[in-house]
Design a protein around this ligand. Structure first.
Ligand SMILES: NC(=O)c1ccc[n+]([C@@H]2O[C@H](COP(=O)([O-])OP(=O)(O)OC[C@H]3O[C@@H](n4cnc5c(N)ncnc54)[C@H](O)[C@@H]3O)[C@@H](O)[C@H]2O)c1
Ligand SMILES: O=C(O)[C@H]1O[C@H](OP(=O)(O)OP(=O)(O)OC[C@H]2O[C@@H](n3ccc(=O)[nH]c3=O)[C@H](O)[C@@H]2O)[C@H](O)[C@@H](O)[C@@H]1O
Length: 370
């Protein structure tokens, strides 16, 4: 669905005025209060915002990092709830400028990125394209917009890198990234700080900790393990040095959504106009984790229980591929300032994921395929 084609937004007044007026009317009707984001924090945040009456427009380039049909299915789900997702790249400054020209966005929830820690060794340029160049293009559009929106965006727990002080606290050092992905997210934190400092953009960076759940990302361990286990294929379980288990502070999508909405609601206004700062604006960074790390072998056991299938495991020592041995969030700051309180443990969250997975991919319990 290409709802908003580039040429539907003439910069010359008078060109296609009727279409433009019509679009403005449609979008204004839909957008009481708008958030520009991509769809799975994206899908869930968009739906939660729509449910409470906010208007939402998304943008996604539907790249093929993983199966684009899943991305398109999310878009259909969103469309059925009145959320438009424009097919476009955040590096397209003209498209963004025209969008901001038509819609007075109050907030931007920026979740588009090249995600994945290990893929950065295969395709480093994609991280620079989306997480650095794309971020700057988006910030330029926000800085020039009138009104300037408040920005909430996804950083990553990976910025803690080789930090071994647990739990990870926002003030801990983040200058030892273990992957290019982490380095681009850390760069994003510095870049957004600059736009806050010079142009008065209100910025909130959220360090998500290994997010999982329905409609999630097929490249992530919980998702690819599920696929392989159901297909009878082996899974590779990484371990640390001397076979120490790796652990993650796995965080359920609905908890992340609550943190995102809490951030949007407390963001505070941007203070610039005409590309000039008129006063100080908030710059905030929060951990959004679950605060109870689980080892990867435990993740596998929980999946086996809900799938009712035994995994074929190959345990190999973690290759030097950008992984870190463990993550663990201190969420005191988010609790105090956003009212963030995760409530879903990994067992409950994976049960919901497995239910969605079986239904989405057409498995029926008791039949030949399961
Ligand atoms: N899932 C996690 O565990 C996790 C943890 C920490 C941070 N994050 C961050 O949260 C955000 C959402 O992550 P996700 O897991 O839903 O990933 P995802 O890959 O499912 O979502 C990112 C979306 O952005 C789109 N995109 C990428 N580059 C783009 C570009 N240049 N222009 C337009 N669209 C583009 C992709 O097509 C994709 O649909 C990302 O910023 C990610 O780095 C995720
Ligand atoms: O929290 C974050 O910031 C990061 O969380 C996840 O990264 P990661 O924790 O590596 O998530 P997975 O790829 O799902 O891996 C989870 C665990 O399983 C392990 N794993 C992964 C893949 C595999 O085949 N085998 C395996 O044992 C990893 O080493 C890791 O310990 C996301 O993929 C990143 O985009 C995100 O930024």
């Amino acid at each position: 669905m290409r709802v908003l084609e580039d040429d539907m937004f003439p910069s010359t007044p008078g060109k296609l005025p009727v279409l433009r007026r019509h679009l403005v009317q449609v979008l204004r009707r839909l957008l009481g209060r708008a958030a520009l984001g991509a769809p799975d924090p994206r899908v869930r945040c968009s739906l939660a915002l729509r449910k409470r009456g906010d208007g939402v427009v998304g943008i996604d380039n539907f790249n093929s990092y993983y199966d684009p049909s899943l991305k398109k299915a999310r878009r259909s789900l969103l469309a059925s709830h009145g959320v438009f997702v424009i097919e476009g790249d955040i590096n397209d400054g003209r498209l963004l400028a025209k969008l901001f020209d038509v819609v007075p966005f109050t907030h931007v929830l920026h979740l588009a990125a090249q995600a994945g820690v290990r893929y950065a060794m295969e395709n480093p340029a994609s991280y620079v394209h989306s997480n650095i160049a794309g971020l700057v293009t988006l910030l330029e559009a926000c800085k020039d917009a009138d009104p300037q929106p408040a920005i909430v965006w996804a950083s990553s727990s990976s910025v803690y890198g080789l930090n071994d002080k647990v739990p990870f606290t926002e003030s801990d050092r983040t200058d030892q990234p273990a992957s290019l992905y982490a380095a681009t997210k850390k760069a994003g934190e510095e870049i957004t700080h600059t736009y806050n400092h010079i142009y008065g953009l209100s910025i909130t960076g959220l360090r998500f900790f290994t997010v999982y759940g329905p409609w999630g990302r097929p490249d992530m361990a919980y998702f690819s393990f599920t696929r392989n286990i159901l297909q009878g294929k082996p899974i590779t379980v990484y371990s640390g040095k001397n076979r120490v288990d790796l652990a993650r502070d796995f965080t359920y999508i609905d908890d992340i959504v609550k943190g995102c909405l809490g951030s949007l609601d407390t963001a505070g206004k941007s203070t610039g106009t005409g590309g000039k700062k008129r006063g100080p604006a908030p710059y905030r960074i929060f951990n959004l984790g679950n605060t109870s790390p689980v080892t990867v072998p435990n993740l596998v056991s929980i999946l086996e229980k809900h799938l009712r299938v035994k995994a074929k495991k190959n345990v190999v020592e973690m290759p030097g591929n950008g992984d870190v041995p463990f993550t663990h969030a201190n969420i005191s700051l988010a609790r105090q300032q956003l009212g963030y309180k995760p409530t879903t443990n990994l067992d409950v969250g994976l049960k919901k994921f497995v239910k969605w997975y079986l239904s989405y991919y057409g498995y029926t319990r008791g039949s030949k395929n399961l």
